[in-house]
Design a protein around this ligand. Structure first.
Ligand code: ATP
Ligand code: MG
Length: 574
């Protein structure tokens, strides 16, 4: 392929609306272009990489015995109502009507469609286990589309769905996908970490997310280097040491805290550590007001809290509602004397000598003994875990990292098969719902995460397995026939060996072409010009490495060997 015949619209300037480096580089290297918020076109170079990621995924899914299918993006809304998930996912659903005014949606995922297929055509245990996958376009009206392909509104996902006769059998399917994911990401040249994850709106019992560690990642993760425990912050747990507050038998008393509606202000004023405060937040759980208590220095984990409260919709109450249920403006709420349900984080069990809002404007209470002075309906763990918290397994201090979720494996159980009546008959003739698992990989997100992980100040440093081309030949004397003959010979020789080559044959200054080569980040660069040829040599450079001179008659074998070497360095046999 010749650059002059191709379409690689590189940009010198950093695009204004691209916040993270991988997004900037994808635009600058001419891989993608934005159409509208969360909607992107893949240009030729970007599409080549995307297809390579897809191919690796496809090979590993096939190797694991999954069967490729392709399901429609457009689905009847009624199917989603039957599974009970329309309401849960309504915020991200794209809705439309067909010409008969029938409600349709654009699929954000495909559990419903595949379960309908399984329910219709699988009847016997003899047909199980089975695992279907597809590589297909998904639509999600994300609240905050951003970071290019990382959080798009239309994106390509690999989604797989396994069906088994029992939970034990489903464990096997889950493990097979988990192992396939490890191979996939490794083959893409990525360093990933599998972390325990929340199952979210999809439901189910167990799940792991595959995270690419990166500062720009939207997900918080905690890890324990001692035990290997790793979890998404949404799900993370920590050991909760018992309190050892000094005994305080004094009765609760009101103190004036004029205009001090924050823990920071009151803590300074009363010279007390924020940890000694009982923070009281008023939430609406499916519309019902509830007081949520946690230590003054901690934040709430709304994912865990929603589970504790067993609600589908959880939101903070507005100022008016807070005033209505506590009798005071926000900032002065406390559990003492409240008539709504009160739930407290386990870290507050046995707290005494605490400070909390008095449910009166400009007043706080001190010497509060929570279980003596208030009615707590239940204690549970709903704090956001943070750096330094003790690991639930080893007790060692955990550290916090950021990551990009590139893949997700779920053990679903029979939520969907029961709702959509996907059953099979066992050996004894009894009917059971199939036990399911589902497994997703963001294809575009994976490609972009590779750039987030592999780049330097000059541009992308593609892992060779997903690079758009393996080799770029930069010609220094494009109009010179002898020079171009050498270039063309090397090109044909490499192509014959299956090496993918692009020739930068543009009539531009060498410096300009080298800059573009670094930006686009093809793993190997070969420079050929008359000056070198006069000495019988060409230049070979690994992206980001040193230049070596190679005798012309060894050029083909040396470059081909280097390509193989880089491929082998990926470390997974294909
Ligand atoms: P997130 O928490 O990032 O929104 P999710 O939990 O909603 O992800 P899943 O429903 O598990 O994601 O989807 C499977 C995979 O699809 C994810 O692991 C991710 O790689 C990818 N993905 C999800 N949403 C998007 C999006 N808006 N843009 C690009 N890729 C996405
Ligand atoms: Mg999501």
């Amino acid at each position: 392929m010749r650059w002059s015949d191709y379409f690689i619209p590189t940009m010198k300037e950093t695009p204004q609306d691209a916040e993270i480096i991988s997004h900037q580089l994808m635009l600058r290297a001419g891989l993608i272009r934005k159409l509208s918020s969360g909607l992107y076109s893949y240009l030729p170079l970007g599409l080549r990489s995307l297809k390579k990621v897809e191919q690796i995924i496809r090979e590993e899914m096939n190797r694991a015995g999954a069967l490729e299918v392709l399901m429609p993006a457009m689905q009847p809304r009624e199917l989603w109502e039957r599974s009970g998930r329309y309401e849960k996912m309504v915020d991200v659903m794209f809705n439309l009507k067909d010409k008969n005014k029938r409600d349709m949606v654009l699929g954000p995922t495909h559990e419903e469609v595949i379960t309908e297929i399984a329910g219709r055509d699988i009847h016997s245990y003899r047909q199980l286990p089975i695992n279907f996958y597809q590589i297909q376009t998904k639509f999600r009206d994300e609240i905050r589309p951003r970071f290019g392909l990382m959080r798009a509104r239309e994106f390509i996902m690999k989604d797989a769905y396994s069906f088994d006769v029992s939970w034990e059998a489903a464990d096997g399917s889950y493990q097979a996908m988990y192992d396939a994911y490890e191979r996939i990401f490794k083959r893409c040249g990525l360093t990933v970490m599998a972390v325990e994850a929340d199952s979210g709106a999809i439901g189910g019992s167990q799940s792991h997310e595959f995270m690419v560690l990166a500062e720009a990642g939207e997900d918080g993760i905690v890890i324990c280097e001692e035990s290997g425990y790793a979890a998404n912050l949404e799900r993370a747990e920590a050991r909760i040491p018992p309190r050892n507050d000094p005994a305080d038998s004094m009765a609760a008393e009101e103190v004036e805290t004029p205009g001090m509606g924050t823990i920071k202000a009151v803590s300074k004023f009363l010279e007390q550590d924020p940890e000694r405060f009982i923070k009281t937040l008023i939430y609406l759980a499916d519309g019902q007001a509830v007081a949520v208590l946690l230590p003054g220095d901690r934040d709430v984990n709304e994912v865990k809290l929603a589970k504790v409260l067993a609600c589908t919709k959880l939101e903070m109450a507005g100022a008016e509602k807070v005033e209505e249920v506590t009798g005071a403006p926000p900032g002065f709420a406390g559990p003492v004397g409240l008539s709504i349900d009160v739930v407290a984080d386990l870290r507050l069990k046995d707290i005494q000598g605490a400070i909390t809002g008095a449910n009166v404007r400009d007043r706080h209470l001190r010497h509060v003994h929570l279980e003596r002075d208030a009615t707590v309906k239940s204690f549970a763990d709903f704090c956001l875990v943070r750096s330094g918290d003790p690991c639930p397994r080893s007790g060692h201090a955990m550290i916090e990292k950021r990551g990009v979720e590139v893949g997700h494996v779920f053990k679903l159980g029979s939520v969907y098969s029961e709702a959509l009546n996907a059953t099979f008959v066992d050996e004894a003739g009894d009917q059971h719902p199939m036990v399911m698992g589902c497994y997703g990989i963001g294809v575009g997100r994976t490609m972009q995460a590779a750039i987030e992980q592999c780049h330097d100040k000059d541009g992308i440093r593609w892992p060779i397995s997903i690079a758009p081309f393996h080799v770029e030949i930069v010609t220094l004397d494009t109009t010179d026939e002898a020079c171009m003959e050498v270039v063309n010979n090397l090109f044909s020789g490499l192509e014959a060996k299956g090496v993918e080559v692009i020739i930068d044959d543009r009539e531009e200054r060498p410096g300009f072409k080298f800059k573009d080569a670094d930006l686009v980040g093809i793993p190997l660069r070969v420079t050929i010009g008359n000056k070198g040829l006069a000495k019988g040599q060409i230049e070979l450079k690994v992206r980001g490495g040193d230049t070596v001179f190679v005798p012309l008659d060894e050029a083909l074998s040396t470059v081909a060997a280097k390509v193989s070497e880089l491929q082998e360095a990926i470390g997974v046999e294909c």
